[in-house]
Write a protein of this length. Structure first.
Length: 159
């Protein structure tokens, strides 16, 4: 029994880590398209942004990516972007700014050419093994948070 528990723990951890890396790569890819102007601010909304990321997560998650949340914002300075944070409160993700709950939870408001932007991707990864859920889960429903963030300045593309 101890050997089986160890094997399950290793498998659960490895699969979770691999999915986290796939999500980070998806966030980088979408951010590059926004940074270079391949995707314009006027063309993107929350549904389309989630779908772009979900398409790249298809190998690791169930269809339509339940539990996927995105937050894309434009900021005046990188220092201002650094003040955007999140906490896990009562098993839920709460976006904060300067320590205060952000009234626009999970918004998609990208900037145009030359703007400073930050994309944050959150995924509620279900912990598959019951005994691992006690030590890995930090969200409601026995899930653990996978998170990726990319901050950049858009290139001077034509809008």
């Amino acid at each position: 029994i101890p050997f089986a528990l160890l094997v399950f723990a290793i498998l659960e951890s490895c699969i979770s880590f691999a999915s986290q890396e796939v999500m980070a790569n998806a966030a980088d890819d979408v951010a590059r398209k926004l940074r270079t102007g391949q995707i314009k601010a006027a063309e993107i909304n929350k549904g389309k942004l989630q779908q772009l990321i979900c398409d790249q997560l298809a190998i690791m998650v169930t269809k339509n990516c339940p539990g996927l949340e995105v937050d894309l914002r434009s900021y005046g300075t990188f220092a201002e972007a650094a003040k955007a944070r999140f906490t896990i409160t009562n098993g839920e993700i709460v976006l904060t700014r300067n320590g205060v709950k952000d009234p626009k939870q999970f918004a998609v408001e990208p900037g145009g050419a030359g703007s400073k932007n930050m994309l944050r991707v959150f995924y509620k990864w279900p912990v598959m093994t019951d005994f691992m859920a006690k030590s890995m889960a930090n969200l409601n429903g026995g899930a653990t948070l996978h998170f990726a963030s990319v901050t950049w300045q858009n290139e001077p593309f034509d809008e």
